[in-house]
Design a protein around this ligand. Sequence first.
Ligand code: NAD
Length: 353
Amino acid sequence: MTDFVLPSDITEITERLGAAATAFSGKTVVLTGGRGFLGRYFMDIFARLNETVLADPCTLIVLDNLITAGKEGADIPEMPHVRFLQHNVSQPLELDEKVDFVIHAAGIASPFYYRAYPLQTLEVATIGTRNMLELAQRNQARFTFFSSSEIYGDPDQKHVPTPESYRGNVSCQGPRACYDESKRVGETLCYIFHENHGTATNTIRPFNVYGPGMQETDYRVLPNFASHIKAGTALNVYGSGSQTRTFCYITDAMVGFLLVILRGVPGEAYNIGNPKPEISMLDLIARIENVLARKIEHNVIEYPDSYPADEPLRRCPDIRKARLQIEFEPAVDLDEGLRRFFTWSDAAYSGDV
Ligand SMILES: NC(=O)c1ccc[n+]([C@@H]2O[C@H](COP(=O)([O-])OP(=O)(O)OC[C@H]3O[C@@H](n4cnc5c(N)ncnc54)[C@H](O)[C@@H]3O)[C@@H](O)[C@H]2O)c1
């Protein structure tokens, strides 16, 4: 077990999964992006399932080219039943063993990084997805693609909370297009492989997942705030600060992801997030002040060059489909999640960023 995550969170996740997880017994899972934020949780969850629940161990083949994995991700732990391959999934891959599940979580997810690596961002979600779909097809494996809530772009008010049926309001040009549009193509590839090749595909659209394990250099909003708080410097809020988001604590998200992987109806896409509360960036700071019981200095500033402007004004999932079809229900409220995350980041972050 790494110390990037809270062992109690891994316990919570495996307990909430219950008997459903036994479907992984004796199976082989390919996990791409396995050294990223979500990937490292998958590794620890499978390790815990192997120790406690599975009659026969599940073998994990972890692929990552480490492009944004950072120093924590590049430090590969020795774990039983885990094989790590440093591999760019935008290149084809042949494996000798029979594969049962492919979890395609490789991606360039942080706006700071997709601004820096637009072509790699586009390729991993398109060519990478096709390569992994072909691997799944050859093996008749279940395939799960990590798409994004960003495929909805900037929805109009009447489509917030946003259901899976909403088609999106996305620009094919501009600084966010490499991410949003390539995730949309990735979803189209899943559709084609399901419809035309009979591959059991699912798509997950995560809505702002956060928790221990997010790197200090991740630059998504909560680790960004946490690194400033640790350093004792003022937070920067980009734009007006009135843009709203919802935040899904990692234990809720991982339970939702694994329920899609195990129970998702083939061919379907699922929103995974916590619809409550939908909160502006300025209110989020007030909430953090409350949780930490102290004032936090902050400035509202123009978008810096390193961050793609044009961000959506509102983002909030409609999760009725996941509730109904896979029995997903978030259980960790925002204050509790923030408490766990900031307690962890205060101990883990250096404050030197
Ligand atoms: N965390 C969230 O809130 C969130 C929200 C929406 C979508 N997603 C999607 O979920 C997936 C996982 O997210 P995360 O938060 O763990 O991201 P992350 O950036 O922490 O991890 C992604 C990992 O993929 C690896 N990678 C990138 N390109 C690769 C390539 N070509 N070949 C092999 N490995 C490659 C990176 O090195 C990194 O370790 C991503 O696809 C992301 O777009 C996440």
